[in-house]
Design a protein around this ligand. Sequence first.
Ligand code: NAD
Length: 257
Amino acid sequence: MTLLDGKTGLVCGVANRRSIAWAIAQALAGAGMRLAFTYQGDRLKENVEELAATLPDARLYPCDVTSDEDIGAVFQAADRDLGRLDALVHSIAFARREDLEGEFVATDRDGFRVAHDVSAYSLVALTRAAVPLMERAGGGAVLAMTYYGAEKVAAGYNVMGVAKASLEASVRYLAADLGPRGIRVNALSAGPVNTLAARGIRGFTGMLKHHAEKAPLRRNVELREIGDAGLFLLSPMGSGITGEVLHVDCGYHVMAV
Ligand code: NAD
C-alpha cells in the first residue's frame, strides 16, 4: 500500500521529459496515483504518448486550454475513464515571443490577453471543470506552477510576470471558493529550470547562473525536487494547506542584498 493508491490525477502541461509537469507526474505515479494527461496538440502527442506509456494504464486527451470545447471534452473523457479525480496539475504558460523581448511597457492588448488567457484563466476553467469529479472523490487538490517574477520584476519576464501574479491571486480566490467543498488549491513557485518554455525567456542562461550564485543553497533547483514538493501538496500530507504559494527555489526568494 502506497500513499496515493486508489487515487487518480489529471496532469496538464507535459511537453517532453524536461517538463515540470512530467517531474510531478513521476512523483505522483511513484506514490501509486493513476494518471491521465492532456497534450496541447498533434505536435506534442508523440512525446507525451511515449512518456505516458512508461506508467501503468495512463490516459491521454488532447487539450488546447484556450478552447472551452476541448476542456469540456477532457473532463467528459476523464469522467468515463477515471470516474473521479483527486488531483489536478496545471503546468501551462505561454506568452508571445515578442512580449518576452524588449520592455513590458510595449505589451499590446492582444499580447496581454493571450498571456493571461493561457497562463492564468486556464487555471480557473480547468479547476471549475474538475469540481464535479473531485466532489465525487470526496474532495481533491489542485496545483499550479508559478515563478518569482510574479512578485518582483525579473528582467525579460515581462507580461508573463503579470500573468503569474494573476495566477497566484486566482489560486487564493479558488481556494476560498472551493475549500468548503474539500478542494485545496495551491501553487509552487519554482526556481528556474531549463525547459522548453524557459528557453523563450530572454537571458535565461544568465538567470540560471544568477539564481545559483545568490540562492542560500548555492545551486539551482532540480526537477525531482519540484516533483516531490508537488507530491507533498497534492497528497494527504498537505491536507491542512490551501491558497498557498510554496517556493521551491533553493531559498532564492528570501535574499535581499
Ligand atoms: P514546458 O514547455 O515543458 O511546459 C509548458 C507547457 O504549457 C507545455 O506542455 C505546453 O504544451 C503547454 N501549453 C502552452 N500553451 C498551451 C495551450 N494553449 N493549451 C494547452 N497547453 C499549453 O515548460 P515548463 O517550464 O515545464 O513549464 C510548466 C510551468 O512551469 C509553466 O506554468 C511555467 O511558467 C512554470 N514555471 C517554469 C519555470 C522554469 O524555469 N522552467 C519556473 C517556474 C515556473
